[in-house]
Write a protein that binds this ligand. Structure first.
Ligand code: NCD
Ligand code: ZN
Ligand code: ZN
Length: 427
């Protein structure tokens, strides 16, 4: 069945909005017709009424919690939350139970994602068995099973030798290493960043160096091994500086940043509420500004949510005992649109590129563009509708967000994956 999305606003190559009718056949974009021309033939018509149509959002860092932590999220609920947030491709982290350190778990994740039938789910596999940092996993078997990269996200790989060995093998297989950068010897029980909030509440602060020291170490190891090295959730000025310098001299490093690290500083934390606790923690205003500058100049290649659902009981344990992490799918685009695009600070095309074409380029994905022949992974966004964030209404099982009650514009209203409608608010 042919689907025609009529009268959509589409960004052209110059980043200017144009009125188009988008024709989708057998899951693929087959034509982009000028809005003043008529469309012909039998088709299901979706009237976009001038709403923004972009390539489906891509999120290369998410936690779906299955297997093992289904009370926090499942692959199905996480996929639905992603679709609702306008995401069509997501890459899930291996810190499940069991850890995704065997071909069986990679296959299980793929199978569950297929059953859910919503978004494209790309599994990462662990670097070390059980993410324990003691021995490397079987990279060949994991790649064959469908893993798209290796990471111990949730913890840093503490041994430089272990990381170097992992990079050597990954480089030989043309696979990326994705790193959660955190030196445990510099963390010692901190739950928020060093700064005014930690001082005020007598909490141990996490220093910036705990992240940046791994970034610096790994950049040197990436230079030595030639691997594609990707830095997770960059949050410090020092990390941005190191990545910028490494890129300048041609080291194969890429990086991601989360909406919360672009929007919030530690001094914004209103009180001892664990919905403001995540890893890496909210840092200083100076770090926020450095992350924004890094995203604008391309030092940071892409935006990811680090969607990290936890149950209400777990988050109720308070700032020191609750687990790190916040949900992200259903607020990411409207948050960034409202804060940076609606205010005139960023071009809309930059925000869209960092959430679509850039992750697709870095991870060589066949999606992320609105061109004839591309898969019809599409998101329709209502830029005018203004609405408060209501965590109780999330499709995710996790309601752990610091953004509850924020008034935002730019809400995704329809999502298609390979031409199949997987979310529709307009019905
Ligand atoms: N980001 C977080 O605060 N938490 C993540 C782990 C991680 O991304 O390191 C989680 O799994 O909950
Ligand atoms: Zn992490
Ligand atoms: Zn993570």
């Amino acid at each position: 069945m042919t689907v025609i999305i009529r009268n959509a606003s589409v960004l052209n190559e110059q980043g200017v909005l144009e009125r188009k009718h988008i024709v989708v056949e057998k899951g693929v974009i087959t034509a982009l017709i000028d809005g003043n021309q008529e469309t012909a033939g039998e088709a299901e018509i979706i009237e976009a009424e001038g709403k923004l149509l972009i390539p489906g959002l891509i999120d290369m860092h998410v936690h779906l919690r299955e297997p093992g932590f289904e009370h926090k999220e499942t692959i199905e609920t996480g996929s639905r939350s992603a679709a609702k947030g306008g995401f069509t491709t997501i890459a899930c982290m291996p810190n499940t139970r069991p850890v995704t350190d065997s071909a069986e778990v990679v296959q299980l994740v793929k199978e569950k994602a297929r059953e859910a039938g919503l978004v494209k789910v790309l599994p990462y596999a662990a670097i070390t068995v059980g993410e324990l940092g003691r021995e490397l996993t079987d990279f060949t078997a994991l790649k064959e099973a469908g893993a798209i990269g290796f990471t111990d996200d949730g913890v840093g790989v503490q041994s430089a030798q272990m990381m170097k060995d992992a990079m050597k093998i990954a480089a030989g297989m043309d696979m990326p290493i994705i790193a959660h950068c955190e030196d445990n010897s510099l963390v010692v029980g901190g739950c928020v960043a060093e700064g005014t909030f930690a001082d005020k509440h007598g909490l141990i602060g996490i220093p910036n160096e705990s992240e940046a020291i791994h970034v610096g170490r790994d950049i040197l190891l990436a230079e030595a091994t030639g691997v594609h090295y990707h830095v997770c959730h960059v949050s410090t000025e020092q990390s941005v500086r190191l990545i910028r310098q490494a890129k300048e001299i041609g080291i194969k490093v890429t990086a991601e940043v989360c909406p919360h690290h672009l929007l919030l500083a530690e001094e914004d934390i209103p009180g001892l509420d664990a919905n403001w606790k995540m890893n890496p923690p909210l840092r200083s205003r100076r770090d926020v500004e450095a992350c924004i500058a890094g995203l604008l100049d391309g030092t940071l290649d892409m935006i990811v949510t680090d969607h990290a659902p936890h149950s209400e009981e777990e988050k109720a344990k308070g700032m020191e005992l609750a687990p790190f992490g916040i949900v992200g799918f259903e607020t990411a685009f409207p948050l960034l649109y409202t804060a940076f695009v609606a205010t005139g600070k960023w071009d809309l095309s930059l925000l869209v590129q960092r959430m679509t074409a850039d992750p697709a380029r870095v991870f060589r994905l066949n999606t992320g563009s609105l061109t004839v022949g591309a898969p019809a992974d599409l998101t329709l966004i209502d830029l005018e509708q203004e609405k408060e964030v209501d965590p109780a209404a999330f499709a995710s099982k996790g309601h752990n967000t610091p953004f509850g009650g924020w008034k935002l514009k730019g809400w995704p209203v329809m999502t298609w994956v390979d031409g199949k409608n997987v979310w529709n608010e307009l019905k």
